[in-house]
Design a protein around this ligand. Sequence first.
Ligand SMILES: NC(=O)c1ccc[n+]([C@@H]2O[C@H](COP(=O)([O-])OP(=O)(O)OC[C@H]3O[C@@H](n4cnc5c(N)ncnc54)[C@H](OP(=O)(O)O)[C@@H]3O)[C@@H](O)[C@H]2O)c1
Length: 272
Amino acid sequence: MAAPRFLYGTAWKEDRTAALTEQALRAGFRGIDTANQRRHYVEAGVGQGLAAAYRAGVVTRDDVFIQTKYTYPPGQDHRLPYDPRASLSTQVAQSMASSLEHLGTDHVDSYVLHGPASGQGWTEHDTEVWAAMVKEREAGRTRVLGVSNVSLRHLQQLVASGAEPPAYVQNRCFARQGWDRAVRAFCAEHRIVYQGFSLLTANPEALAHPVVTAVAVRNQATPAQVIFRFALAVGMLPLTGTTAERHMKEDLASEGLTLSAEEARAIESLAG
Ligand SMILES: NC(=O)c1ccc[n+]([C@@H]2O[C@H](COP(=O)([O-])OP(=O)(O)OC[C@H]3O[C@@H](n4cnc5c(N)ncnc54)[C@H](OP(=O)(O)O)[C@@H]3O)[C@@H](O)[C@H]2O)c1
């Protein structure tokens, strides 16, 4: 399954996770992002939503791009998907086995390291986890690998360690940092697809900016749609975690908006 143009994010949906996942698939999303981190996600609910959509004939497994994550113990609460006393490599294997069970599949499409062990740089722990993730890929349990919540420094050190680069980087995308300009440039150089989250929630000033509202008015669209259209225009794979059916439709329809190269450049540089 090739990566779709948009990912539906399943964080913070608790007991609505299954219903919203199914609704997103019915609305037309073909990419689902989750994590085996009960603190913020109900991965088993995502599996229930997928199963309901398969049963109803909305999609088959092959139609859907499924992405999940391994999360280090400090990012988890007490509901762990692995033995925290086990080695990191064993944790990755246990987390993956649990994810496949939750998601009702024998493989995911993308497996992401939720965040490196340290904010300062790529550590030996990350090297061990990444090697374990490569083994999962070699065993066919994921098609590709990704990393999340990374700085340019993390990525440079990962690549310099001789490890294979990720296929995806998933980061919170702040307009005031040129929409994560440095990391996006690194991704472009290394043929890594940049996945952007919090595109709306992290950027209220961009949503209200006259450059954005003018494009919205011309397209008879909303500023939120313009932000997603911009993200697509600069090569991002955007995430949305909307809980509203109308917004699901609007977010997907944003691809049809017109946005000139000049407007995209103006939005790219509107806040830094
Ligand atoms: N790797 C990580 O550490 C990490 C961290 C955070 C998130 N994520 C992933 O990214 C996903 C998305 O998270 P997010 O932070 O981008 O989004 P989010 O927190 O789920 O929030 C989306 C917000 O935008 C609103 N919205 C969506 N479409 C809209 C539209 N067309 N018009 C107006 N408002 C709209 C939603 O409101 P309504 O619900 O009312 O539409 C909601 O308030 C998560 O579910 C998760 O999968 C990953």
